[in-house]
Design a binder for this molecule. Structure first.
Ligand SMILES: *Cc1c(COP(=O)(O)O)cnc(C)c1O
Length: 717
């Protein structure tokens, strides 16, 4: 990266003794290191909350007396010195995991392209699961010392924030991000100009600057078209995620695929592996072909070279969810490309042709599948579903020979596991347990954790969740923006001792948030049982253009507002990573009820499992692999239905039966004198023991390395 200036904005004026806090603020390493967070919390906790856990904004706003106070506090300085030592040791580690396991792969470099990256609530350039997975991928790559860079977008308006009206209708608002308050560094040329790349969009030249985010040892480069060079409409091309305007979509995807390759070239980065996380970045195939052809290869040879070094992960189990463009858009945006690739229009469309009922399209997953050496779905079942869905691309093959495998998703434990839970495990699994998190044997030591200590941690985390909900409701009440019934719906009547179930995810109809509403009277009897009360916390956004999804929110909200539920059904507005953390850490049961087989993987249940919540879910996506009969519960049966209504009926009956007959009684069965449900605690341990190792990003990335990135270059040591 020579000749490129990456100067961290000199934003802060800090006392010399603690000046390196500025460095911490600009490296997201602090996100998964609770001691680093505690530094900010100890300086000024209310401010930390006010800036929404954002160290850059925090250090810009913190008052001098607060800073001076901690520079005189020996305990603070000890913590500061220790955190900085750990940070330095991490950043300069000589032999990270990758170097010891892949010593001969020094020259490899993986480029990881994704439409969204969910790293933290303070950098809201993600919408949901796909982004969080990408963020976790980068964090784990950093921990393992992988040679990897990420490419994505800096969405200047982030994703929308959600409010629910009194009658249950989702309203959305967008806020402009202030990049001076964010841990992003604009890259510049030596003469101080922003470093930009450009692409041609329907005959116009559109430029984007490159911003860098440091994620531990990994660089993430974000593209942003909001610069003076562009006309006003183009400046807002990268303002929002998942626009429903197909012209904005194709423009963004050209920027990511073609512009993303150019950005790396500009930075002097020469990846040996290109990983497309979902089809949005598949236009990179075109740019890479162009590169090879400008070196003199013909188009067949160029295709071959591109294919050899591409990896593709698909996340979409339904044909309708796939990203594709009508041909008129291709004619409008890409004719110069097929000329350069020496292809006819037809030959070009053939790269990604897909037949839909309503006509032919240019399909991004088809482009990615045709031009990747390895393609995978994100769970075993999703692999099967994907092979069947794309069999048509390999019509001569049997479905099981379609070249799409699976690598089941995982989550980054240090990001998602509560600090208290980590401390507990430090004590009973040995200090270095996180380094061998994917080792099933290591987890057998969970038996050594005393029930009382595990229960105390769980109680603490549930309390934190309940307080969080109450504080938010109080704030809404005080600011006068809520009707009283919304304050109740927001959780002011939650209790810290009742069995608490979490249900949080995107509100798409197939996720069936309303499955548990199929018999509202039965639901109300369940939650208001005097001996054994149950509370259910719902959260999640619907895509602004998804009217059926918004109607599901409304249906749920109606039940939440029903006075008969006694305030034990709750809807928390504006689901994001902060709320996700509090929920997965705080609840007793994590419930997921998608219409099988529509859930490609799901990851929030994995986060919950690591924190001692028990999963209660349809045997779809990851849970079909995770469930062993003892570590949680299944909703419905593992079978296919041809009638959705029959499927929903059967699944909802199973849902109520299992709750009433198994889950609730087990939680309230406190036979021993100490008042703890030991049967429940055993299940918690069984769940942690079996799920934490397998559904970690450590296991996931080990599989990407062995089966996708370097599968043809196996290492013999
Ligand atoms: C983990 C996470 C998701 C993905 O959860 P699913 O189980 O796939 O629904 C979505 N949004 C946020 C904020 C998350 O943290």
């Amino acid at each position: 990266m020579k000749d490129i200036i990456r100067e961290t904005p000199n934003n802060f004026s800090l006392p010399r003794r603690i000046t390196r806090l500025g460095e911490l603020a600009y490296n997201l390493w602090w996100i998964w290191n609770p001691d680093a967070q505690r530094l900010f919390i100890q300086i000024d906790r209310p401010l930390w909350e006010r800036v929404y856990h954002n160290p850059v904004a925090f250090l810009r706003k913190v008052e001098r007396p607060q800073l001076n106070a901690v520079t005189n506090d020996r305990y603070f300085l000890d913590l500061y010195d220790r955190v900085m030592r750990e940070f330095d040791a991490y950043m300069s580690e000589e032999k990270p995991w990758f170097k010891t396991h892949y010593p001969k792969h020094e020259k490899e470099l993986i480029a990881y392209l994704s439409f969204e990256f969910g790293l933290h609530e303070s950098l809201p350039v993600y919408a949901g699961g796909l982004g969080v997975l990408s963020g976790d991928h980068l964090k784990e790559a950093s921990d393992m010392g992988l040679p990897l860079v990420g490419i994505g977008f800096y969405y200047t308006q982030g994703y929308f924030s959600q409010r629910i009206t009194e009658d249950g209708w989702q309203e959305t608002r967008n806020f402009l991000l202030n990049y001076a308050d964010l841990p992003v560094v604009p890259l510049a040329t030596p003469d101080g100009k922003p470093l930009t790349i450009s692409v041609t969009l329907a005959g116009r030249k559109v430029s984007a600057r490159i911003l860098e985010v440091r994620v531990g040892r990994i660089s993430l480069f974000l593209l942003d078209t909001d610069i003076d060079d562009n006309n006003p409409a183009d400046r807002s091309l990268t303002a929002r995620l998942y626009s429903s305007d197909p012209e904005v979509r194709i423009s963004q995807e050209i920027l990511l695929g073609i512009g993303g390759v150019r950005a790396l070239r500009h930075l002097g980065i020469d990846p040996t592996i290109w990983h497309m996380n979902e089809g949005h970045s598949a236009f990179l195939v075109l740019q890479r072909m162009r590169e090879y052809m400008s070196e003199g290869l013909d188009s067949e040879a160029a295709k071959q070279k591109v294919r050899e070094s591409n990896v593709f992960t698909t996340h979409t189990p339904v044909p309708a969810g796939n990203d594709e463009f009508p041909l008129w858009l291709i004619d409008k945006y890409l004719p110069h490309v097929w000329e350069e690739l020496k292809l006819s229009r037809d030959g070009f469309i053939d790269l990604a042709r897909n037949q839909q009922d309503w006509g032919e399209t240019f399909s991004m997953p088809v482009l990615a599948l045709r031009f990747s050496a390895r393609s995978n779905g994100v769970s075993e079942l999703h692999g099967q579903v994907s092979r069947a869905m794309w069999n048509k691309l390999w019509p001569e093959r049997k479905v099981n020979d379609v070249p799409i495998t699976h690598i089941t998703n995982g989550v980054h434990a240090p990001t998602w596991m509560a600090r208290r839970m980590r401390l507990l495990f430090d004590r009973y699994l040995g200090q270095g347990w996180m380094e061998t998190i994917d080792d099933l044997e290591m987890w057998s030591q969970i038996e050594n954790v005393p029930d009382s200590e595990l229960w105390a941690v769980k109680r603490h985390l549930k309390n934190k969740l309940v307080n969080y909900a109450m504080e938010r409701a109080r704030r809404q009440w005080v600011t006068g923006s809520a009707h009283p019934v919304q304050v109740v719906a927001g959780g002011v009547l939650l209790e810290p001792y009742s069995l608490t179930i979490g249900f949080a995810r995107r509100f798409a109809t197939y996720k069936r948030a309303n499955l548990i509403m199929r018999d509202v009277d039965r639901l109300i009897r369940l939650v208001t049982n005097e001996q054994m009360p149950v509370q259910i916390i719902f959260a999640g956004k619907a895509h602004p253009a998804d009217e059926p999804g918004k109607m599901v929110i409304q249906q749920v909200y109606r039940a939440v507002k029903d006075a008969r539920s006694g305030g034990r059904l709750v809807f928390l507005e504006d689901y994001d990573m902060n709320m996700a953390r509090l929920l997965v850490q705080g609840v007793d049961v994590w419930m997921n009820t998608p219409r099988r087989p529509n859930e490609a993987s799901g990851t929030s249940g994995m986060k919950a499992a690591m924190n001692g919540a028990l999963n209660f879910s349809v045997l779809d996506g990851w849970w079909r692999e995770g469930f062993n009969g003892d570590n949680g519960w299944a909703v419905g049966e593992e079978r296919e239905y041809h009638d959705q209504n029959a499927q929903d009926d059967a699944d909802s009956r199973s849902l109520y039966d299992t709750l009433e007959n198994e889950i609730v009684p087990l939680y309230y069965d406190k036979r021993s004198i100490d008042g703890m449900p030991h049967g429940w605690l055993n299940k918690m341990k069984e769940s942690i023991r079996t799920l934490a190792p397998t559904f970690s990003t450590r296991r996931m990335l080990t599989e990407y390395l062995g089966q996708a990135y370097f599968s043809d270059k196996t290492e013999e040591e």
